[in-house]
Design a binder for this molecule. Structure first.
Ligand code: UD1
Ligand code: CA
Length: 468
């Protein structure tokens, strides 16, 4: 569902505020970092929640921080239109929402999301907003096969919701209930203020539970609407590393399915990790164990071999990437051949038909069409023309120990094996550098330059003989 599907009339008369709870320590993660900053598919848990919030176009968004508040605020400082409320100390989820109230308008409705419930989709949240705008307390529930740790939904014989009991406060009979609280609620703000002020902390955890507002609404005769989500994975919370690992697989399987649906061949949909966005043309093939980070674009017919890591890379049509490559911040043309065991570093641009072979590293360099570095070569800070051939073991020595310098290699130049080009230097068009040469002056075009000691043969020499 698109953000535009929020009824404009209702949202104008009854503005939407969103409060995201992110103050908890996440004790069960056993980490020094706030739980909501733990990455899921390469993005902090809280980032997933805020992406969804963006689709709802709320009038206000308040993130409640507490444990590691500075870290959390710093991580989202660039996020548009966020406000932060500090909860210190952390006395429970109800107390957390209370800290956001001074930043919210008097009227309208408030949707409460939990920073550790990262995948709740906008299409499950919009009905709650509409129900609250019609005066109800709306909550999202889920049937879980193993509800351990979750608050349970208490219903009367006629099915009407009576309240929520936290796992730690529940009787054995209540613990047997499978319908759980996702934590996600939406309520008219005026009523929410009233209920939060009435919360008590006489429970197993000595906390002010947000969940207790349900019983307060029932007591007042305010309608309570509970909708159940179809896909439990959408509303799973992350309290420990096992749950985080489970959700990581959920997110990755969904990403793999989207790629398959878009026509990409995956050797094994269970062995690909996308930590960002991967855009593929037609007939792309991706072998097992590849990791994609940031923005990656693969054009039609690209083949990615096993166990490659591609971060912020563009790859042109029909280019073949062999196994075990690490490609970071590079643009690769069409019909190129990369790897195995190639390393491309940021601001590298390779034109069509370039070959980069095994144990070759290229950094901050451009290669013209058809140029090749097939074996054991380092090219750093170089502008390389077309049809250049780097012999095995060529090193562009770009760093003098203090500064980095550029090297220019013009079209059709060839370097012999084990050449060292000491920057700054220009190798002229069509030049050939003899094997084993170290050149530190410009190399003239169209000629052979050799910079190594001549071989000398001593006649009449005899090998030393081992003494007994
Ligand atoms: C909570 C719900 C439970 C629900 C479950 C769903 C309550 C009392 N319980 O339990 O009914 O089934 O989520 O995942 O709400 N937080 C604060 N300040 C606090 C305490 C928590 O901001 O003082 C934040 C946490 O950072 C977290 C969220 O609120 O993002 C939920 O807190 P957590 O302690 O994980 O609650 P659960 O025990 O999972
Ligand atoms: Ca939780």
């Amino acid at each position: 569902m698109t953000p535009a599907s929020l009824p404009p009339a209702a949202s104008a008369s009854s503005p939407l505020s969103v409060v995201v709870l992110a103050a908890g320590k996440g004790t069960r993660m056993r980490s020094d970092h706030p739980k909501v900053l733990q990455p899921l598919a390469g993005k902090p848990l809280l980032g997933h929640v805020l992406d969804t919030v963006g689709q709802l176009h709320p009038a206000r968004t308040v993130v409640v921080t507490g444990f590691g508040a500075q870290q959390v605020q710093a991580a989202f400082a660039q996020w548009p239109q966020l406000q932060f409320a500090l909860q210190q100390p952390q006395l429970g989820t109800g107390h957390a929402v209370q800290q956001a109230l001074p930043l919210l308008p008097d009227d309208g409705v408030c949707l409460v999301l939990y920073g550790d419930v990262p995948l709740a989709p906008a299409h499950s949240l919009l009905p709650l907003v509409a129900q609250a705008q019609a005066g109800a307390l709306a909550l999202l529930t889920v049937e879980l096969p193993d509800p351990t740790g979750y608050g349970r939904i208490l219903r009367a014989a006629d099915g009407a919701v009576q309240g929520i009991v936290e796992h730690k406060d529940a009787t054995p009979a209540q613990r047997a209930l499978r319908e759980c609280n996702t934590g996600i609620v939406c309520a008219p703000l005026a009523a929410l203020r009233r209920w939060l002020a009435a919360l008590r902390n006489d429970n197993a955890q000595g906390e002010y539970y947000l969940t207790d507002i349900v019983a307060l609404a029932v007591a007042e005769g305010v309608p309570v609407r509970a909708s159940t989500v179809d896909d439990a994975d959408d509303v799973l919370g992350v309290n420990d590393r096992r749950q985080l690992a489970h959700l990581e697989r959920v997110v990755q399987r969904r990403a793999a399915d989207r790629l398959l649906d878009a026509g990409v061949t995956l050797a094994d949909p269970g062995r690909i990790d996308v930590r960002g966005s991967l855009h593929c043309g037609r007939d792309v093939f991706i072998d097992v164990g590849c990791v994609f980070e940031g923005e990656v674009h693969l054009a039609d017919g690209v083949h990615v071999g096993a166990y490659c890591v591609l971060r912020n890379v563009r790859v042109g049509a029909a280019t073949h990437i062999q196994p075990f490559c690490h490609l970071d911040g590079a643009a690769i043309g069409a019909d190129a051949a990369i790897g195995p065991f190639a390393r491309l570093r940021p601001t590298t641009a390779l034109a069509d038909g370039v070959h980069i072979g095994n144990f070759v590293e290229v950094k901050n360099s451009t290669f013209g069409a058809g140029s090749k570095a097939n074996h054991l070569t380092y090219v750093g800070d170089a502008t390389v023309g077309a049809r250049v051939n780097f012999g095995a073991g060529t090193i562009v020595a770009n760093y003098d120990g203090a500064n980095k310098h550029r090297t220019i290699v013009e079209d059709d130049a060839h370097t012999g094996s084990n050449s060292v080009l000491v920057a700054p230097i220009t190798v002229g068009a069509g030049a050939t550098i003899g094997a084993g040469s170290t050149v530190s002056k410009n190399v003239p075009a169209g000629q052979l330059t050799v910079a190594r000691a001549r071989a000398v043969t001593l006649s009449g020499w005899s090998r030393p003989v081992k003494t007994k």
